[in-house]
Design a protein around this ligand. Structure first.
Ligand code: C2E
Ligand code: MG
Ligand code: MG
Length: 555
């Protein structure tokens, strides 16, 4: 040991790290313990949020990329080195990559002591122990590490050509339903079909379980990638036909055109192609999607909104607010009801439209706690207003996710009981789109509402495939005509007549009808000729916070 100690200096090791790092996958490092300075291979900066190749104030900087829960074990190990209890560092713990994902690493290093026997340097190497294979034996293809090396060997980034990421649709189900061996066969066949249509400028890799990447650095672009994808699909389809549909599967593809996204690094390419493949799958599978920066930004924005809303849920729903809009009983000429309309507001985004955030709440499952909260607000408000207007009703919009994935009927009943509300006080609104005739949970929910005397309003009637079958199955008490349909009826005589017939038909089967979206007196007069029961629209009042609603309509 003595010999080595006398020979090394920080600068020398730093030079060696620079020379070696392009040739190895691991990250070499040196820590100058006395001067609190650290140097690591440049390739670590591509993958982890490490500010510079060389930095000071080491422990504080490490906090930027060491997994927070693992920081203590690292610190404890360093303390043992400082106390001279060990002269070797060998620790498996996690770092966090640039996308915020945990990555298991094994960090090993030798402690070098100075003449006085004090620890001076720690020199060693970091390996990613979750590292993907270099090659894959099932498909006989190169793996992600090889792909990474190939992309990194393009020093100035990728400027022309494309990357096509292919995923087998529903691969998990294929494995579950037909067994692992069958799954392996599908993988092998997919690899063979892809391989058989590639040109000499194209290389194929298998990355994660059911995903492949084709790299082409020639002058080709997105259109060529699309054609290649079609060829692959044809090849797979003819294999399926040859086997008389004994085997059946489809693939989706995500394309990135290097000439459009110039000079991107490995992490970006993987991120963007992962997004593109997911988009293709979200758009129905068995299809291809070409990366588009605008879509990706929208995706990031939505992901951020979900994060903000999750935080809000965890902070007592701060940022959410229930607004109320009056619904007038036009025959009696009085305020009958208020619809609860959810609002979300965050400092950095301002007011977000429900058209944007409701689908995100549904996608993330947050609609369940948020919907429960809205219901609570509606019930409290109804009890408050009933003190002045005894038969006042409050409507609440329910999402299908709430109906299918939570016991929302039980929640409605128990909350109403807790606040002492009469059964008819809360009206449930469901849109006609998303209605699942075949789902027994859903039919059970509608029957439960009826048995407990809770009125159901069929919302947005006239926007989807308005089907009289729904009326039979859902058995609503009220039908709400959407504003888009109201506008058409105000403009065209055909829709006007249609709406008139709908009003008459609704009345003939003893249902009530509410027309939404009335903004002016003229519109009101024209619509009232048809004899609807209720009117909701800006003419009578826009959705507003409870305080304002009470001031304007109740007190
Ligand atoms: P909806 O249930 O059909 O609500 C009526 C929408 O029409 C509201 O939009 C309301 O502001 C708007 N509106 C009413 N009268 C007029 C008018 O005269 N002119 C115009 N231009 N618009 C009018 P909002 O509040 O943006 O809500 C949009 C949709 O978001 C709602 O449509 C509902 O489907 C959904 N939503 C709102 N709150 C909730 C909630 O708490 N839960 C669920 N699941 N969905 C909700
Ligand atoms: Mg509604
Ligand atoms: Mg509506």
């Amino acid at each position: 040991m003595e010999d080595i100690r006398e020979k090394i200096s920080f600068n020398q090791v730093e030079e060696v790290i620079k020379i070696l790092s392009p040739s190895i996958d691991s990250y070499l490092y040196i820590l100058d313990i006395k001067n609190d300075t650290y140097c690591i291979s440049a390739n670590a900066l591509e993958r982890f949020p490490i500010p510079t190749q060389q930095f000071q104030n080491v422990l504080e900087t490490l906090k930027q990329y060491v997994y927070p829960e693992d920081f203590q074990i690292l610190q404890e190990d360093m303390m043992r080195i400082m106390r001279r209890e060990q002269d070797f560092h060998n620790l498996q713990y996690r770092w966090v990559d640039k996308e915020g994902k945990a990555v298991w690493i094994n960090c090993r290093g030798r402690v070098m002591f100075d003449e006085a026997g004090e620890p001076e340097f720690l020199v060693g190497c970091v390996n990613e122990i979750g590292q993907k294979q270099k090659a894959d034996n099932v498909s006989g293809l190169l793996g992600e590490t090889s792909l990474q090396q190939e992309i990194r060997s393009h020093k100035e980034g990728c400027h022309s050509g494309f990357m096509l990421r292919i995923g087998i649709d529903n691969f998990k189900e294929i494995n579950q339903n037909r067994g692992m061996e069958y799954g392996d066969m599908v993988l092998r066949k997919t690899a063979e079909c892809i391989q058989s249509v590639l040109t000499s400028s194209q290389k194929l890799y298998r990355i994660v379980a059911d995903e492949f990447v084709i790299l082409d650095f020639s002058k080709k672009g997105a259109e060529d990638a699309r054609k290649l994808f079609d060829k692959i699909r044809l090849k797979i389809n003819s294999f399926i036909e040859e086997n008389q549909y004994e085997v059946f599967f489809t693939v989706s593809g995500g394309i990135l055109d290097f000439s459009v996204q110039q000079g991107a690094n490995y992490t970006d390419l993987m991120k963007w192609t992962e997004f593109s493949l997911n988009e293709a799958k979200n758009r129905g599978k068995n299809t291809v999607y070409v990366y588009n920066e605008q879509d990706y930004k929208a995706f990031l924005h939505h992901r951020h909104l979900i994060q903000l809303m999750r935080q809000s849920v965890n902070h007592n729903f701060k940022g959410f607010e229930a607004y109320f809009q009056p619904i007038m009983d036009i025959k009696e000429g009085r305020l009958a009801n208020a619809e609860t309309l959810l609002r979300f507001h965050a400092e950095e985004t301002g007011m977000v439209s429900p058209a944007e955030f409701i689908p995100l709440l549904e996608e993330s499952g947050l609609i369940i706690p948020v919907g429960r909260w809205v219901l609570q607000q509606a019930i409290i408000t109804c009890r408050e207003i009933q003190k002045s207007i005894p038969n006042f009703k409050v409507s609440v919009n329910l999402s299908y996710i709430q109906v299918l994935k939570s016991d929302v009927l039980e929640e409605i009943l128990s909350s109403m009981k807790r606040y002492g509300l009469k059964p008819g006080s809360i009206v449930i609104e469901l849109t006609e789109s998303g209605f699942l005739e075949a789902d027994t949970n859903f039919i059970g929910f509608c029957n439960g509402l009826r048995e407990n005397g809770i009125p159901l309003a069929l919302d947005d009637f006239g926007t989807g495939y308005s089907n009289f079958h729904y009326l039979y199955n859902l058995n609503p008490t009220t039908i709400k005509i959407d504003r888009s349909f109201t506008l058409k009826a105000l403009k065209n005589s055909y829709e006007f007549n249609l709406l008139q017939h709908m009003v008459d038909m609704t009345h003939s089967i003893d249902l009530k009808l509410c027309i939404e979206g009335i903004e002016t007196e003229q519109e009101l007069n024209k619509i009232c000729e048809m004899g609807p029961d209720y009117i909701q629209g800006f003419y009578f009042g826009k959705p507003c916070p409870l305080k304002q609603f009470l001031e304007d309509f109740v007190n």
